[in-house]
Design a protein around this ligand. Structure first.
Ligand code: CA
Length: 436
C-alpha cells in the first residue's frame, strides 16, 4: 500500500476506453481556491428533523465552460450550476492496488475484501485491503468486450453469508449481436477462486448489434429487490426504444434476486410491456444508489450536454429521447424542447457534461460533513463529483480530486466509511479516500 502525497502524483497516462465520443469538456483548470470561492458550510443532513439547518451555499458554480445548448433554460432554479462548495476535512488518497485493465466496479465481501471487475478482460478479482490480488475468478461466462461492453457491475448477494451468491452484469455475446445480462453464482473462495452454478437471471431484450450504451449498474434494496439500469444502445434503432415499453432499452428494471418479476411492478397491467420495467425514457444510466430513505437515485450519461440526476419512480417517464438538455456530438439538435408534459424533469443536469459513472450516497462517519451527500465518478471530467442535497434539490456541487487527472469509473463507500474509487485506465487503480 502506498500513500499518495497529492502534489507528487505523477499524471497517469489514461488510455481508457472513452465512454462516449465526447470531446473533453472545457475546463478552466482553476481550483476553487484560485477562483476565490469561499469555503461553504456543508450543512446538516436533511433528514435530521429538529436540527436547525445552516444557510444554503451561495456564490459562483464550479468553474466550467459555457453550455453547449444555451437556449435550453432550466425548468426551476437550482437545476444546474448550483454554488460551488468545498470540503473542509483534509483528504488523503491511498493507492490500494493497481494494474487493472479498465476496472469497472467494486463490491465488498463481508470480510472487507473487494470484488473488482475488469471490463475489458471480463475478469473478476478478489482484492484485500492490503492490495493483494487473487488470480482471476474462474467460471464466469464470456463477455462481448467491444466498445463500452464487457464485464461491468458486481454485487454481493443480500444473503451472501448463507448462499455465497454474487451477482454481476455483462455484455452477453448472442446470435445477431449482444445484450446486457445479469448473472449470479456461488463464489467458491480460496487460492484459486471460482464461481459455480452460474445462472443468468435477466437478459435485456431485444438483442442488437451495438457496442454502446448497455447501462449495467445494479442496486439491491433492503426489501430484497434488485434494480438494474439499461442503456438504449446509442444507435437510432435502439434509441427510439427508450420510450417503448415492449423493449428493455433505456429503462430501469426491477427484479427479484432469482430473476422473477415482483408482483408490484408498475407495468404488470399492460400485457404489451416488459414486466420488469420500473421507469422509462433513460439514455445510459451508469450510476445508481439508494439514499437514507432507500429511494433510488440515478445519474445518466447525456449526449453533448445533458447528463442528468434523476430519482426514478415507478411507472414514470424520464423523457429520453424526446426531451433533454443536450445535443448530438455533431452539434445537431436532438430535442425541440427540454421539457414536455407527462415527462419528468431531472433533479439536476450538467452542460457541459461530467460523464458520470459510479455513485454512492454517503452514510459513513469518517467525514461527518459528507453525510447524505452524493458522490459520482466523473470520466471526461476527471473528478469525483460531490453534490449536497436538501429536500431533494441539489444545493451545492464540488469537483474533488481534480489533481489526480484520472477518469473515475466507480465510487463506493466501504464498510469502514472510506470512499473507494476505481480509475478507468489500462493501468486502473483502486484508491481509498480517507481524512488525512
Ligand atoms: Ca431525462
Amino acid at each position: 500500500m502506498r500513500i499518495l502525497s497529492m502534489p507528487l502524483i505523477v499524471a497517469t497516462l489514461l488510455v481508457g476506453c472513452r465512454e462516449d465520443p465526447e470531446p473533453t469538456p472545457p475546463d478552466s483548470g482553476v481550483s476553487l481556491q484560485d477562483a476565490g470561492v469561499p469555503p461553504q458550510d456543508s450543512g446538516v443532513p436533511d433528514d435530521d428533523a429538529g436540527v436547525p439547518e445552516d444557510p444554503l451555499p451561495s456564490g459562483p458554480p464550479v468553474p466550467q465552460g459555457p453550455p453547449n445548448v444555451p437556449e435550453f433554460k432550466p425548468a426551476f432554479p437550482g437545476q444546474t450550476r448550483v454554488p460551488a462548495i468545498q470540503t473542509k476535512t483534509p483528504i488523503q488518497v491511498t493507492e490500494i492496488a493497481s494494474g487493472f485493465r479498465n476496472p469497472w466496479a467494486i463490491a465488498f465481501l463481508p470480510d472487507q475484501r473487494m470484488l473488482v471487475t475488469e471490463k475489458a478482460t471480463g475478469s473478476l478479482y478478489i482484492v484485500t485491503q492490503q492490495g493483494a490480488k487473487s488470480p482471476a475468478v474462474s467460471g464466469l461466462p464470456a463477455v462481448d468486450a467491444r466498445g463500452q461492453g464487457g464485464l461491468l457491475d458486481v454485487e454481493v448477494g443480500p444473503d451472501h453469508a448463507q448462499s455465497q451468491l454474487i451477482y454481476w452484469t455483462y455484455s452477453e455475446p448472442r446470435q445477431g449481436g449482444n445484450g446486457l445480462a445479469v448473472a449470479r453464482a456461488r463464489l467458491v473462495d480460496g487460492a484459486q477462486p471460482r464461481v459455480e452454478n452460474v445462472q443468468v437471471i435477466f437478459r435485456m431484450m431485444p438483442t442488437l448489434e451495438s457496442t454502446l450504451h448497455s447501462g449495467g449498474r445494479m442496486v439491491f434494496t433492503p426489501d430484497g429487490k434488485l434494480f438494474v439500469t439499461l442503456g438504449e444502445r446509442s444507435i437510432l434503432q435502439g434509441r427510439v426504444q427508450a420510450q417503448d415499453v415492449k423493449s428493455h432499452f433505456g429503462k430501469v428494471v426491477r427484479i427479484n434476486p432469482d430473476g422473477t418479476v415482483p408482483q408490484d411492478n408498475p407495468y404488470l397491467n399492460n400485457p404489451q410491456a416488459k414486466p420488469e420495467i420500473w421507469s422509462v425514457g433513460h439514455r445510459n444510466v451508469l450510476s445508481a444508489a439508494l439514499d437514507s430513505q432507500n429511494r433510488l437515485w440515478t445519474v445518466e450519461m447525456g449526449p453533448q450536454g445533458g447528463d442528468e440526476l434523476n430519482r426514478p419512480e415507478a411507472g414514470k417517464d424520464y423523457g429520453w429521447p424526446t426531451i433533454g438538455y443536450g445535443e448530438d456530438y455533431s452539434g445537431a439538435p436532438i430535442h425541440e424542447s427540454p421539457q414536455a408534459p407527462g415527462m419528468e424533469q431531472p433533479v439536476y443536469y450538467w452542460d457541459p457534461v461530467i460523464a458520470p459513472s459510479g455513485m454512492t450516497i454517503y452514510s459513513g462517519t469518517l467525514f461527518p460533513e459528507w453525510r447524505n451527500n452524493m458522490f459520482i465518478g466523473g470520466l471526461s471530467s476527471k473528478a469525483l463529483v460531490r453534490l449536497m442535497v436538501r429536500n431533494d434539490r441539489v444545493v451545492g456541487e464540488e469537483h474533488l480530486l481534480k489533481n489526480l487527472d484520472s477518469r473515475i469509473r466507480e465510487v463506493v463507500q466501504g464498510p469502514d466509511g472510506a470512499l473507494y474509487l476505481l480509475t478507468d485506465a489500462t493501468n486502473g487503480k483502486v484508491l481509498k479516500v480517507t481524512p488525512r
